[in-house]
Design a protein around this ligand. Structure first.
Ligand SMILES: Cc1cc2nc3c(=O)[nH]c(=O)nc-3n(C[C@H](O)[C@H](O)[C@H](O)COP(=O)(O)O)c2cc1C
Ligand code: SF4
Length: 516
């Protein structure tokens, strides 16, 4: 029986994948044709969703974007045999956007039925865990350290060092916490993994548990991700049923339990200490550091807290070895980064590439330029607290250090494009306002400084005492940068000052004039 794939990813659903799946079922029934309809993850080519793939002896043939009204003509074109049709895109693997990627973490996303353990095993799943079960905890940590993996949640801290700290902190109770709060604008890779390959996250967390001696894990998931919640719940149940989770993992005598906890959706709850407060049932206020969560984390116990992508990168590292992963990338940025391309862009989607690809390649070779057809004037990389970059910086390679050298951040790998109609003073105001709205209120620079900051930008935009207010804005930014307790306040100057420095004309300052 022919197998047809239509995504259950929320991006695809928002574009009508559910209706297309229903129409395909109905049309097949009407024609008395039996086919097996699998709901897979998304291949990440959102402009082609809903994407319909058909398994043929020449591989999977893709059609897209398919609308309900296209369904009868697909059958008439014999699409179940890969027949020709105006929406036919050829073999999925050969679509250049998809083909020219290095998919390590996302290798299975879109290929499998996300909640089928059988599919996961067929596509090399759980090989990392099997290997880890035969290794000493310290050797697992060594493998992750050797891979060069750095946290993908934003701060890029070496994962191996974090795990080593938890391993070396004596305690009977330790925890693995997955940060699935994903609050950055233009980011969706965590969601795509959880919806498209939840087992890879479960496997990564189980390996982390074995590595540091933790028997309990929590996934802190934002409540706005109901589809991810469903996929994770189904996959966790399947893993328990088959002995991949629980008190005797694959007969090894080792235990690991895993639960999903829903967060109510405050941006600051993605900050690790605030997340731990929230997970303990309290208001999401940032904690002072030290102590580090690795030493005193959840309920005061040593805790590994890692981003979804960091943890989902671990199975392939354990399966193929740290060296294999390390061979991708540049400088101290090793492995691959799932890049999320959004905003005013022709081909938005997810691109997994080894570090080192340039912004220009991402924006033009993959993104196809702006959706409006106008020149791309600015991109914001790394979420709402990331810097705005002008065209002169587009040749910067995606590498943590290269970004830091131009006073920018890679963050969670979100790239949002703007064309030349953007008003950068308004974007700077938005950055400051975001901080005022999302501040947890614990420290003064962020709580009060951001509100005053919005007022100062308003005055600059209205031309009131512009010179004096520009000096004040820089002073205030300095205070936020150096005096904030966490990176929410500490990074707000990135969008604000980068907009001012790179696009002074939007603030009423001529580009030739030196900004105070
Ligand atoms: C305001 C703020 C929001 C954050 N939001 C997230 C988030 O949504 N997801 C995430 O993984 N890390 C987020 N982080 C980073 C976490 O504090 C922490 O560095 C990360 O979870 C560590 O995991 P990693 O080492 O795997 O990146 C945020 C940090 C700050 C300051
Ligand atoms: S910088 Fe803002 S969010 Fe962070 S601790 Fe201070 S008030 Fe809270």
């Amino acid at each position: 029986m022919t197998t047809v794939y239509i995504s259950r990813d929320s991006g695809a659903l928002s574009l009508g994948a559910e209706q297309v799946a229903a129409a395909l079922r109905a049309e097949a029934a009407k024609r008395n044709i039996h086919c097996n309809l699998v709901r897979n993850g998304s291949r990440g080519m959102y402009w082609l969703e809903p994407l319909v793939e058909v398994a043929t002896d020449r591989g999977r043939i893709a059609y897209g974007p398919v609308r309900v009204r296209d369904v009868p003509s697909l059958f008439e074109a014999d699409f179940l045999q890969g027949g020709s049709h105006p929406l036919r895109l050829g073999p999925t693997d050969e679509i250049p956007y998809f083909k020219n990627q290095e998919r390590l973490t996302f290798a299975r996303v879109g290929a499998t039925d996300p909640v089928s353990l059988e599919d996961y095993l067929t596509y090399e799943g759980y090989r990392g865990l099997r290997r880890a079960l035969d290794m000493a905890p310290s050797a697992i940590v060594d493998e992750v350290t050797n891979s060069g993996l750095r946290g993908r949640g934003g701060a890029a801290f070496p994962t191996g060092i974090k795990w080593r700290t938890v391993l070396n902190t004596p305690s009977d109770i330790k925890y693995i916490v997955c940060n699935a709060d994903e609050g950055d604008s233009g980011t969706f890779s965590d969601r795509m993994i959880m919806e498209g390959d939840p087992f890879v996250l479960i496997e990564g967390m189980t390996i982390a548990g074995l590595a540091v001696g933790a028997a309990q894990g929590y996934i802190y998931l934002r409540v706005e991700y109901p589809h991810a919640h469903r996929a994770l719940t189904e996959a966790i149940e399947a893993a328990y049923r088959s002995g991949y989770l629980g008190k005797d993992i694959l007969g090894s005598g080792k235990r690991f339990d895993l639960e999903v906890r829903l967060g109510a959706g405050a941006y600051v709850c993605g900050e690790e200490t605030s997340l731990l407060e929230s997970l303990e049932g309290k208001r999401g206020l940032v904690r002072f550091k030290p102590p580090l969560p690795a030493i005193e984390g959840l309920f005061g116990q040593p805790t590994v807290i890692n981003n979804v992508i960091s943890l989902a990168s671990v199975p392939i590292i354990l399966d193929k070895g740290g060296e294999y992963y390390r061979d991708y990338g540049m400088g101290r940025s090793r492995g691959t980064l799932p890049i999320q391309l959004a905003g005013n862009i022709k081909y938005p989607g997810l691109i997994e590439k080894a570090f080192g690809v340039t912004l220009r390649e991402i924006l033009y070779d993959y993104g196809g330029g702006s959706a409006s057809g106008r020149p791309i004037r600015a991109v914001q990389v790394g979420g709402p607290l990331g810097a705005y970059l002008p065209e002169s910086r587009f040749d910067t390679p995606l590498d943590y250090e290269a970004f830091s050298a131009i006073w920018a951040v890679l963050g969670h790998g979100g790239v949002v494009a703007f064309d030349d109609t953007v008003d950068m003073a308004r974007m700077a105001r938005y950055g400051m306002e975001f901080c005022a709205v999302e501040s947890c209120g614990k420290c003064t620079p962020c709580r009060i400084g951001s509100t005053r900051g919005v007022e100062v930008i308003d005055k600059i935009m209205s031309g009131i005492d512009r010179e004096k207010n520009l000096v004040l804005l820089r002073d205030l930014s300095d205070t936020l940068l150096n005096g904030s307790l966490c990176a929410l306040g500490g990074m707000t100057p990135y969008p604000v000052l980068s907009a001012l420095n790179h696009f002074p004309e939007d603030f009423g300052v001529s580009a030739a004039e030196k900004v105070a």
